[in-house]
Design a protein around this ligand. Structure first.
Ligand code: FPP
Length: 250
């Protein structure tokens, strides 16, 4: 991790912040991981699923309540059809193979994003995974699939506009708390920390509303190389950050 990109790193042990409850991850670098090994990009994504399994397990063990991951963005439709198919297949495989274990481990699966353009089998898989795990409380795993942050805000605005049009809501009643409830991440607390792997320094349309106050961390490793130790390092660096939420701090 290149900590110079992670802003202030000045807390001593006595002033460590509480650990994050909700971490969000832009799982970037699958393609480059594969290319460096002379492998097809799809194999990089497959190895990315292994890293995701490790991250879920570590998040549960390290006491996070929420983990959000960016698995397929609305911009990813611009990729070659073979790669899109591979990513959809990985979602199918992940849900089918891991659902029973996630259920046993108390993981609630929420697949967040637009339903537009998704096939009937993917939609029913999403519904099944969400329905079966809805009462689990140990860890919520938000999988952003067919997700875009601007689209998420537009969808919330459309819902609000419809309520105003129907006379159920007055414009003055619209506030930040209401929008926070209406975005796709509405059932989760805001992320405390957004991690992006692969060294790229962008949010790429991820959690634009709920991530407003998140700490950002850019890690110099490709997603398939992400381990429990990577997560521990990120949590440790987060706890040394000085969070002021626009105020002057302690
Ligand atoms: C970015 O790496 C990663 C993605 C676009 C997809 C992330 C998906 C997974 C880790 C696996 C899917 C998991 C599920 C549950 C569906 P990139 O392809 O842009 O890599 P590059 O920037 O090196 O080319």
């Amino acid at each position: 991790m290149s900590e110079p990109q992670t802003s202030s790193n000045n807390a001593d042990v006595a002033t460590l912040r509480p650990p994050p409850r909700h971490i969000a991850i832009i799982m970037d670098g699958n393609g480059r991981w594969a290319k460096a090994r002379g492998l097809p990009r799809a194999l990089g994504h497959k190895e990315g699923v292994e890293a995701l399994r490790r991250a879920v397990e570590a998040s549960r063990e390290l006491g996070l309540t929420h983990l959000s991951v960016y698995a397929f963005s609305t911009e990813n439709w611009n990729r070659p059809q073979t790669e899109i198919d591979a990513l959809f297949d990985l979602l199918r495989v992940f849900v089918r193979r891991d659902l029973a274990r996630l259920q046993k481990d108390g993981v609630r699966i929420c697949i967040i994003g637009s339903r537009e353009g998704l096939s009937a089998d993917i939609l029913s898989l999403i519904d099944e995974a969400m329905e079966k795990t809805r009462d689990n409380t140990r860890l919520t795993l938000n999988i952003a699939f067919n997700y875009g942050g601007r689209g998420e805000i537009v969808a919330a605005m459309q819902e609000i506009a419809r309520a105003v049009e129907a006379g159920r809501l007055k414009p003055d009643q619209i506030d930040e708390a209401m929008v926070s409830r209406m975005v796709w991440t509405g059932e989760s607390p805001d992320p405390d920390l957004v991690i992006r792997t692969s060294g790229e320094l962008r949010l790429s349309n991820f959690l634009l509303w709920s991530g407003a106050y998140a700490e950002l961390m850019f890690m110099d490793l490709w997603w398939p190389d992400f381990t429990r130790e990577s997560l521990e390092k990120a949590i440790d660096a987060f706890r040394r950050r000085d969070r002021r939420f626009g105020g002057l701090g302690a």
